[in-house]
Design a protein around this ligand. Structure first.
Ligand SMILES: [Zn+2]
Length: 188
């Protein structure tokens, strides 16, 4: 499934379930998270690299591209990296590059990897700790448990007796839209 953001991914996943009553929808969502947490935990546990698979591939790709770039020092932490007719400046102290990818992804961009050759440092000193595979293992360490059978629930009396009314809103005539309205230039 290719979508542009997480909200669209969830919308696509809940396309049919969102017609359910709210409690059934909430339980459906919990079930999806239970499945995802289990899958991600198992996948992350099977990795044996320093970084996550995605980050490892990205760094390797940048490193290979960086081999073709020439680098000159400005001072002991700022370096100029030449890429065709352009150049970028990498700040090793601030983990920043004028291409902004280093700053945004917190992974060494192609220019930052190129500086490693003359700084005698490893690209593996430059990434954010969130890309360490153990960080992913820990993120999914807590499983999502089922809520248990309804007959076993312990519901406080004030909750049982509470009446929740729907919000007051104007109901428009006609069928409600269920499909996303695409913005200009996007394809379904
Ligand atoms: Zn860069």
């Amino acid at each position: 499934m290719t979508t542009t953001n997480i909200a669209e991914s969830m919308n696509a996943k809940l396309k049919d379930a969102r017609k359910l009553p709210i409690t059934a929808l909430a339980n459906h969502l919990r079930g999806i998270l239970q499945e995802w947490f289990n899958e991600h935990q198992s996948t992350a546990s099977s990795w044996n690299s320093t970084l996550t698979k995605w980050a490892e591939e990205k760094v390797q790709k940048n490193q290979n591209r960086g081999l073709r770039m020439s680098v000159s020092s400005i001072n002991h932490y700022a370096l100029q990296v030449h890429e065709a007719d352009l150049y970028h400046i990498v700040d090793l102290n601030g983990k920043s590059c004028t291409c902004r990818r280093f700053d945004l992804n917190q992974l060494p961009c192609v220019h930052a990897t190129a500086t490693c050759r003359i700084c005698n440092t490893s690209v593996y000193n430059m990434y954010s700790k969130m890309y360490i595979d153990n960080a992913i293992v820990l993120a999914y360490a807590e499983p999502i448990w089922p809520v248990g059978n309804k007959s076993e629930w312990s519901v406080p009396e004030e909750v049982q007796n509470g009446v929740v009314l729907p919000p007051i809103r104007q109901v428009v005539s006609g069928r409600r839209k269920t499909n996303i309205i695409l913005s200009h230039g996007r394809k379904g």
